[in-house]
Design a protein around this ligand. Structure first.
Ligand SMILES: C[S@@+](CC[C@H](N)C(=O)[O-])C[C@H]1O[C@@H](n2cnc3c(N)ncnc32)[C@H](O)[C@@H]1O
Length: 246
């Protein structure tokens, strides 16, 4: 609190004090990055978010604002025909949120080895030369993901390593591809395989683009889209790319 504000607090009316407290709380929240959670933000009260949030209690995974972005994206694609692919499912939290918000009829093709990350490569090195991940990080049990998503009939699991498993959907068409595999190689392989299968107006979402822990994922997106499409970077750490209408 500035000195002028502190002095003002002493002589202020109750109403003025309340307003000042609100202003200070907003400033602190903004500085700490919690602004997105402040009271006047309605995203967390949307029925489709509340429904998924309640249903996914006990499923750890990506943070709520990212889940909301995925829901918002899939809702925006209600008129776009095509399936959804997700590369990197883990326990199924992101999948659960998308499925709950999706009003279109489509199949969700879910790709994961459930053995954690493969070995990082040179492209995954941070600026200081270190690598955040080691082989096997983020492993989980396939049965856990299946159980978490057992309430949805339109899911199809493709268990095993990307890119080998991707050929199961060769020739398919996709309204949305969500890529959350953290490292350069599987991100690049997923983009190379899926981008030609994304329908006009469809989208690709990266969960990892803005994460300091995942420089390889950002590199893969930047390299792949340099001559194809613009990348929209979000403060949640995600990035969106839309395929131009034909
Ligand atoms: C960050 S987690 C996914 C998180 C999930 N989207 C959520 O909502 O919590 C990354 C997942 O990618 C998987 N993965 C990474 N590289 C892979 C590859 N090459 N093939 C298959 N799965 C892979 C890991 O097994 C892990 O489950």
């Amino acid at each position: 609190m500035k000195v002028s504000e502190a002095i003002g607090m002493i002589f202020a009316s109750t109403e003025e004090k309340r307003n000042l407290r609100r202003r200070l709380a907003r400033r602190a929240a903004r500085e700490a990055g919690y602004y997105i959670y402040s009271d006047h933000m309605v995203w967390k009260e949307q029925p489709f978010f509340e429904k998924a949030w309640t249903g996914a209690t006990g499923i750890p995974g990506i943070a709520d604002p990212r889940c909301f972005v995925l829901q918002s994206v899939i809702r925006s694609l209600a008129q776009v025909k095509g399936d959804v692919a997700e590369c990197g499912v883990r326990r199924g939290r992101s999948t659960y949120f998308m499925l709950t918000a999706d009003e279109a009829e489509r199949t969700y093709h879910l790709f994961d080895a459930f053995e954690g990350l493969p070995e990082p490569t040179e492209d995954d090195r941070l600026a200081d030369g270190s690598v955040r991940w080691t082989e096997g990080d983020l492993s989980t049990e396939e049965a856990v993901a299946r159980e978490n998503l057992s309430g949805f009939s339109n899911v199809s699991f493709h268990v095993g390593w990307i890119p080998q498993t991707l050929t199961a959907v060769a020739g398919g068409s996709f309204a949305l591809v969500h890529i959350d595999v953290d490292l350069h190689a599987p991100t690049r392989d997923s983009l190379e395989f899926f981008w030609p299968l994304v329908v006009p107006g469809g989208m690709v979402v990266s969960d990892d683009y803005g994460s300091r822990k995942c420089p390889g994922a950002r590199k893969a997106f930047d390299e792949f889209f340099a001559d194809k499409a613009g990348i929209i970077e979000l403060p949640t750490g995600q990035a969106l790319v839309r395929k131009a209408e034909a």
